[in-house]
Structure formats: C-alpha cells, structure tokens
Design a protein around this ligand. Structure first.
Ligand code: ADP
Ligand code: MG
Length: 334
C-alpha cells in the first residue's frame, strides 16, 4: 500500500480512539498494541455485535466513502440499539484495494462523525489489502439482565416500528441510477435526495433502544425488510403476527416518488432501514408515548401479536396476499 499500513492506521484510525476528542476511561489500552484492554463497568452486561459491508453487496462501487464509513458503524449501532445497549467500543477490520488518501480521509470522517455522536471509541482493528470490505465489531453495556431480545413478545401485545420504513430501499433504487424504473421530475429532486440520504446515512436508534429497556417485551432492528424482521420477532417469541398495512408509516417523500402501492411494498420488503421494531403490552402506551417525545422518534403501532403462528397482512379490514420475502443474502442475486 502506497501509504504504508502503520501510517494509514496512525493517520486515519488512531484518532478515532478519542471520539470527538474525548478519551473513554474504560479503554485501558487501545490502538497500538497486540490487543485492546477494556474494562466493562461494574454491574453491567456486555453486548457484542458484528456486521460486515462488502462492496457490490452492501454498497455500490463508487459510493461516497463517507457513507461507507458511516454505514459500517451505523449497522452495528443499530444492532446494539435493538439489544437496548449503550454503545462504547468498536473494532474495525478493513480490507482495501489501495491506500488512497482522499478515499480514506472521507471514510474515516464518516465513521468518526457517527462515533463521536455516540461516544464510541475505536480501540483496534486490522488492515489488509484486498477487495473493499469493512467489518465492524461493536460493544456496549446494559444493566444486568436487561438486554432486549427478539423472543419476549406475547400474544395480545402491540407491535410498533420507529421512523418511516421503505425510504432507504427507495434511496438505494435511486442511487443505482437506473432508479429501478422511478422517474424523478425536477419537483421531486428534493424528495429523492432525502430518500438517498436515508440509505447512505441511516440513523441508528440508539436512544430509543436504551429507552425501551424494561418497556418493550421484544425488539429487533429492521435491516432485511419489515415483514421479514417483524416475522422473526413473532416467530422467536412463539407467536404469530397480524400486520395492518393501512397503519404503515410511509414518508411523504416516499409516497410522492413511488405512490402508495409501491411505498407499502418497499416498506414491507425493502432493507436497510435500521429502524427498531418492538412489542409492548397494551398497558404501556402512555409510557411509550413519553419515550417517543423524549427520543424525538416517530413510533407507530402497525400490528398485534397473536397466538396463531405465521404472518398475516390486513388491509382495510380484510386479509391480503403475503409480500415477497425480505432480503436474504443466499436467496440469489439482490
Ligand atoms: P498485529 O500485527 O499485532 O495484529 P497490526 O499491525 O495489525 O497488529 O495492528 C497494529 C495496531 O493497530 C493494533 O493495535 C490494531 O488493533 C490497530 N489497527 C489495525 N488496523 C486498524 C484499523 N483499521 N482501525 C483501528 N485500529 C487498527
Ligand atoms: Mg493485525
């Protein structure tokens, strides 16, 4: 590599050990030795997650490197959020075809900006030459026994989703250039930009995940499409699910660009939203509404957990056909 592996780490990644310039006291030893030494605060459970982004699979060749850096951390913070964990540390496995300064500067800046926002210290990693791919391992804390799981929901509880799912999937179609058959008029440019940003710079719902501890009975983050991920939550909880398509929170930007039918399909089966989908007992609605206000998250009830297994879609009071499955990496071409 032109820059040299150690120069590259020193210049771009060592500074991320101090998110926003602050050092974390729980990092006893970080970048520079053979391993990091980290101290889990007394009386906390450690939650560990890991996600990989591969060029051509999770982001398009030629994608803004700032977005690549942001997303590599964001998808992991979203997993921590789904567990109700407070993020603390991350490690980065970086495989690069070439040590290009401009590229690395932007990639590290995307990562650094999100890390600083959540006080996450990059405490180590590995750097190798090869086809572009990033693996981040992130770790965070929860009070003992309070991690949220997919498996805690019960029949009769209500299912909620944060934000407006479907936006990121439409954003990806627009990023692809062909726009997936979408025609963008000059008046729709603003909405199109919004949707692209939802794909390129997703917002992990960290504060929401923390606030749902002790309130949500089960939680999952929506990465592979709402229908599939909500279905997993129901299945892992030993329940079925009735989803009300009329209740899906569709953004005005998505509706303006693709219309109601396609918007609904994108919300159900598109991926990359990184919203939280969770169940709460009906008696917790007042508390949940306070959480929505405190975390500035739009929270929408989209269905109910039922005793009968399986996913049932309802629209205007009648059952409707199942959507195609969500995104599955091994189900053929994406
Ligand atoms: P070793 O050969 O002992 O595995 P490396 O030379 O790979 O050590 O890494 C040197 C130091 O730099 C280690 O502390 C490692 O954690 C850190 N490091 C390597 N790559 C990265 C990266 N992409 N981001 C953050 N830290 C990194
Ligand atoms: Mg190494």
């Amino acid at each position: 590599m032109a820059l040299g592996e150690f120069q590259l780490i020193d210049r771009y990644f060592r500074p991320l050990q101090q998110p926003g310039g602050l050092s974390r006291p729980d990092v006893l030893l970080g970048v520079g030795d053979d391993g990091a030494v980290l101290r889990v605060p007394a009386g906390r459970d450690l939650v560990a997650v890991l996600d990989t982004l591969v060029e051509g699979r999770h982001f398009l060749p030629g994608c803004d490197p700032r977005s690549i850096g942001h997303r590599a951390l964001a998808v992991n913070l979203s997993d921590l959020a789904a567990m109700g964990a407070t993020p603390a540390w991350a490690l980065l496995g970086l495989t690069l075809p070439a040590a290009d300064d401009t590229f690395l500067h932007a990639l590290a800046a995307g990562l650094a900006e999100l890390a600083a926002r959540h006080g996450v210290a990059l405490v180590g990693g590995d750097t190798t030459a090869g086809p572009l791919a990033l693996t981040v391992q992130a770790m965070g804390f929860v009070p003992p026994g309070q991690a949220l799981r997919r498996s805690g929901a019960a029949a009769g509880e209500l299912l909620f989703v944060s934000g407006t799912p479907g936006d990121a999937a439409a954003g990806l179609l627009l990023e692809r250039g062909t726009a997936g058959g979408l025609h963008v008029t000059p008046e729709q440019q603003h909405a199109a930009r919004y949707l692209q940003d939802r794909f390129l710079f997703p917002t992990p719902r960290v504060a929401l995940g923390e606030a749902l501890r002790g309130l949500a009975s089960a939680c999952i983050d929506v990465s592979d499409g709402l229908a599939q991920d909500a279905g997993k939550l129901a299945h892992d909880s030993g329940c079925g699910l009735r989803l009300e398509l009329d209740q899906l929170p569709l953004s005005p930007q998505l509706l303006a660009l693709v219309g109601a039918g396609r918007a609904c399909q994108l919300a159900l089966t598109g991926g990359d939203d990184y919203e939280l989908c969770f169940s709460v007992p009906a008696g917790s609605l007042a508390e949940l509404s306070a959480v929505a206000t405190a975390t500035d998250c739009r929270l929408t009830c989209i269905g109910v957990l039922e005793a009968q297994p399986g996913l049932r879609l309802w629209q205007e009071g009648s059952p409707v056909q199942q959507p195609a499955a969500g995104f599955d990496h091994f189900a053929g071409a994406d």
